[in-house]
Design a protein around this ligand. Sequence first.
Ligand code: NAP
Length: 281
Amino acid sequence: MAIIIDGKALAVKCKEEVRTAVDAMARKPGLAVILVGENPASQVYVRNKQKDCQECGIHSEEFVLPADYGQPALLTLIAELNQREDIDGILCQLPLPEGYGYDEEAVLLAIDPSKDVDAFHPYNVGKIMIGDPSFLPCTPAGVMKMLDEYHIDVDGKHCVVVGRSNIVGKPMAMLLLHRNGTVTVCHSHTPDLAAVTRQADILVSAVGKRNTITADMVKEGAVVIDVAMNRNEQGKLCGDVDFAEVEKIASYITPVPGGCGPMTRAILMENTLHAAVAHGK
Ligand code: NAP
């Protein structure tokens, strides 16, 4: 049976470390979270971020805006937040509502890269690519931290990442590559996905579809990281991986919930702290 990687416990530890650092600062870090429209999942994420900030002693401000707030007003708000000294991190919850003419790329570009705690600005994406990150991408960095915590060495391992989004798959592949993993990235056009995943020493799934990874797709003793957050028929949170079967053959596995989700949130707190330090607080 696999060892279950406890992302929840590690996230608590990471946040405690942030709290200790924040308590020693003369001026507290500040995080601004912008939510446009009424996407229920985004509302939950924003509430959770607010809670994390409270736990870490970080000042947080939420801007909950109507769907028709509009691109020009949104860009004006971001420009104001870029100027504010009490705000170190700015994030705009994506996706933006459809049908109102929002341009997500322009919104990401508008955020001052030194306050881009999600690491979505092309400047920060490029820095991650060249291995000189100012901010680590939250979800992939959370995965790396879990691997480190459990002393799982990436060097020389065949790492297979399923999913190639800008938020998870691509930056995940980069972080594994920078640790000397041999990285294969799969996506919806990959023929015979199972043939590739079976070669993985470390398998990261970030697809967003239940049972994408079944036991026959996993090599005995592989490390299996499930990034996805899906709902089953009962509305319960689950990942991409058939956990009950895969845990019988993997060496380590992350649960959903309690794996990547809490760690993503903890890294956001770390990034906000780092931004504040970089801003001289
Ligand atoms: P996304 O933008 O929808 O990307 C999904 C990726 O999966 C795409 O690259 C897609 O390929 C690939 N894919 C789809 N079907 C596939 C298949 N049958 N075989 C192989 N690849 C397939 O999603 P995302 O934003 O990366 O998020 C992925 C999952 O992670 C979601 O469940 C999301 O909720 C979760 N997530 C969790 C956290 C966390 O904190 N734990 C953070 C972010 C995201 P194409 O590129 O070819 O379309």
